[in-house]
Design a binder for this molecule. Structure first.
Ligand code: HEC
Ligand code: HEC
Ligand code: HEC
Length: 429
């Protein structure tokens, strides 16, 4: 709370304003603290039922706990992964059972409170970069299984770097106000009109799998705009496609296609996973087929790709850039993408690609610059990176051509700005 006190002194120069601020700060302080729960001794790993641990492993994969809680090349769950947000950088905590730097001293009840209320062991609010606005929907049995899984991991002593947030977001107690405005704790009500599989999918997608954390747009305070659920958002510099009827997908995201995509990162007629969706699929590949099918069933009901793409009048207009772009496509891309996936060595016809038809060019620019590279030690589709091959001007012409020819839409606004903004270095996704 040092930072909070410092701020109140700094602004106390004008007496009345100062007094008002002290009252506000005191209120924030009160909001910012929850009682610490009675300390309990943590159980040794052996005390957990192996079946609960195995179930917890699958649930932790659905929740992607490892992605955010493992630093690049770091020990699993030991924290330190930097998450950049519009408010600054937040580091995933150490959630191994180390008593000092991890959660080794956390009781089951304290862990439950963190997952469902976003409050840490000491009673402080946790930043919602930890998606507890979704995890609050997870039932007690599942949270306990995740606890059993984490408590049986290798304890690692490692302290993540302190968060680097801009004022006033560095005042942790302000998260209390954010919660009053945007956090709705508690379970999801099942929809009686839908079957069990759909409801299981809703439970997973809205809860542990937190798909909306990336696929729903956020407001200026970083809260998901619920009225625009699955309307497309942003994640780690990528644009996240809409999964609802506004989707730019060229054909319907049916249950079968979603199932294939979520398990293998590729279906028959849509883009492969290329950016932040890849680790999600990597996690889901180890989850039970039933649960992935349930997720697919629920998501398919949003109707993505069912409305044919509107064809733009402007698209037909031949721009000079488009002619130059056509030549680049013919030389650099057509040898694979004109063949289609059915042919050995071929790749998706780009008229089927979501990336060329999305409202923003960002993902197309990233894919062309970075190529498609399977994760280390894994096999998968491969496409060369064009970062050092195409100049910015050539990439601009190419994008205009792809957009109008294959996306069948008017050219993107401020394409040049996006090309400049997106880091050309393929090692910085
Ligand atoms: C999108 C990223 C993200 C995902 C996914 C995620 N976390 Fe976190 N988690 C964080 C961040 C960031 C923090 C620290 C926030 C802060 O500083 O207040 C955190 C904090 C926590 C804490 C509090 C730790 C402490 O010492 O205060 C626990 C417990 C936790 N996460 C458990 C989990 C579990 C279990 C899962 C999977 C079900 C999970 N997290 C998934 C980002 C994530
Ligand atoms: C050596 C073959 C090859 C070349 C050359 C190539 N690509 Fe790809 N590209 C792939 C493969 C393989 C994938 C992923 C699997 C798939 O789509 O079938 C892919 C994926 C993509 C995607 C993501 C959508 C999708 O199909 O999954 C886009 C967009 C794309 N490429 C654009 C381009 C552009 C633009 C060029 C030329 C600058 C290019 N590619 C050159 C092989 C290639
Ligand atoms: C960490 C952010 C993140 C999370 C969480 C996430 N996605 Fe994605 N998703 C993306 C991004 C970014 C893309 C597009 C680029 C790529 O391949 O990474 C994408 C692409 C997709 C696509 C392809 C859409 C199209 O038309 O091409 C589907 C379908 C999808 N996600 C479904 C899901 C489901 C279902 C979940 C939850 C189980 C989920 N996503 C969770 C970031 C995320």
């Amino acid at each position: 709370m040092g930072a909070l006190r410092g701020q109140s002194w700094k602004y106390a120069a004008a007496p009345t304003r100062g007094a008002a601020i002290v009252v506000v700060v005191a209120a924030l302080w009160a909001l910012g603290w929850q009682p610490a729960l009675a300390a309990t001794v943590s159980l040794p790993g052996a005390a957990f039922d192996p079946a609960a641990v195995e179930k917890g492993a699958q649930l932790a994969a659905i929740g992607n706990c490892k992605s955010c809680h493992t630093a690049p090349n770091g020990k699993p769950y030991a924290g330190g992964r930097a998450l950049s947000t519009p408010f600054g950088t937040i580091y995933g905590s150490n959630i191994t059972p180390d008593p000092e730097s991890g959660i080794g001293n956390w009781s089951q009840a304290e862990f439950m409170r963190a997952m469902r209320e976003g409050v840490d062991r000491r009673g402080r609010h946790i930043y919602p970069a930890f998606p507890y606005d979704h995890y609050t929907r997870v039932n007690a049995e599942d949270v306990d299984a995740i606890y059993a899984f984490l408590m049986t991991r290798e304890p690692v002593r490692a302290a993540p770097p302190p968060n680097e947030l801009a004022f006033p977001f560095n005042i942790r107690s302000l998260v209390g106000i954010w919660k009053l405005l945007y956090f709705h704790a508690g379970p999801l009500q099942p929809n009686a009109a839908e079957n069990e599989q759909w409801n299981r999918g809703a439970y997973l997608v809205e809860g542990l799998a937190h798909c909306g954390a990336c696929h729903t747009p956020r407001n200026f305070l970083g809260a998901e705009i619920k009225s625009r659920a699955f309307n497309g958002g942003q994640a780690e510099g990528w644009q996240t496609p809409a999964l609802d009827a506004s989707s730019a997908a060229s054909s319907p995201w049916t249950v079968e296609r979603l199932y294939a995509y979520l398990r293998q990162g590729i279906d028959d007629v849509h883009d492969v996973t290329a950016g932040p969706m890849a680790p999600i699929v990597h996690d889901l590949s180890r989850v039970s087929a039933d649960d992935v099918r349930a997720i697919a069933t629920y998501v398919a009901s949003f109707g993505a790709g069912q409305t044919p793409r509107p064809t733009s009048q402007n698209a037909a207009t031949e721009l000079p850039a488009s002619g130059r772009g056509a030549a680049i496509y013919a030389g650099a891309c057509a040898s694979c993408h004109d063949l289609g996936r059915e042919v050995h060595g071929g790749a998706l016809k780009l008229s089927l690609s979501t990336a060329v038809a999305m409202p923003q060019p960002d993902n197309l620019i990233r894919i062309v610059r970075q190529g498609i590279v399977p994760a280390a030690g894994e096999s998968g589709p491969w496409m060369p990176a064009f970062a050092g091959v195409l100049t910015d001007a050539q990439l601009t012409d190419l994008a205009i051509y792809l957009r109008t020819r294959f996306g069948e839409r008017a050219a993107w606004d401020d394409l040049a700005g996006a090309i400049e903004k997106i880091a050309p270095n393929p090692s910085t996704p």
